[in-house]
Ligand binder design. Structure first.
Ligand code: CDP
Length: 233
């Protein structure tokens, strides 16, 4: 029996390892809020691309920093898709932010200090009352260092790439496995070597390897961990 106390759950890991799938299922089972923090970095990236602040993979860093106050992001739950969709300055951009052109630039944008400060502040506000599962790269290390439960999700590289290819194809995007692998590798490298809050596995995180687990098995493991934590608190 799960206790009534609503905790904070941080889910971190490399690109396309199943973080969002697990975090969303966990939030659904617990009646918690689910926030995909990566969507916010993707939203900022889309805005910059549309504003001509990123061209051919080249970022105008200072102009991006100055444009941050023009960007308003929030999530709106869509019962038809069962997804909290990203709204950028009043426009639903959930589909556009998942496209490969955004994925190609997002890690460079996410390495900019002021971008992170803005989004981390917003993420903390959203999670201020607990009862939240947030997934990303720096959730357990920076956004919610006091989270009661921290998960670090991993999966074998070829499985991650195949899952992302399938996901993109289901959205009508034709892409080769090699293109997907190249993007995942590039993002992993930038995300884990950047100066500002790089992706790390914090000491108190518990690893879940999703490579050979079904969605149900992953969820079961995570729920058992939640149960242990809530019994202790
Ligand atoms: O879903 P996927 O694993 O492809 O990535 P995502 O969660 O949508 O995140 C996209 C990108 O945003 C990552 O590659 C990071 O560069 C950045 N990100 C971050 O820096 N910090 C977070 N908390 C979440 C995402």
């Amino acid at each position: 029996m799960l206790s009534e106390k609503k905790i904070t759950i941080a889910v971190d890991g490399y690109s396309s390892c199943g973080k969002s799938t697990l975090a969303k299922a966990l939030a659904g089972s617990l009646g918690y809020l689910f926030i995909d923090s990566g969507a916010m970095y993707r939203g900022v990236t889309l805005y910059c691309m549309r504003s001509g602040l990123i061209e051919n993979g080249v970022l105008q860093k200072e102009a991006i920093e100055n444009a941050l106050n023009e960007i308003e992001l929030h999530f709106e739950y869509n019962p038809e898709t069962d997804i909290s969709e990203l709204i950028l300055n009043g426009e639903n951009v959930e589909h556009q932010i998942r496209m490969p052109n955004v994925a190609a630039n997002v890690s460079k944008v996410a390495a900019i200090k002021s971008v992170r400060h803005k989004l981390v502040e917003e993420q903390r506000k959203i999670g201020a009352n607990g009862g939240i599962v947030m997934d990303g790269r720096d959730i357990g290390s920076v956004v919610f260092p006091n989270a009661e439960l921290k998960l670090f999700v991993t999966a074998a590289p070829e499985i991650r790439a195949q899952r992302r290819k399938d996901e993109l194809e289901s959205k009508g995007v034709q892409i080769t496995l090699d293109e997907v692998i190249a993007n995942l590798m590039e993002r992993d490298l930038i995300d884990s070597t950047r100066e500002e809050s790089p992706l790390i596995q914090v000491e108190d995180a518990i690893v879940i390897d999703t490579s050979y687990l079904t969605r149900e098995e992953q969820l079961k493991q995570a729920l058992e961990l939640v149960n242990q934590v809530t019994l202790q608190n």
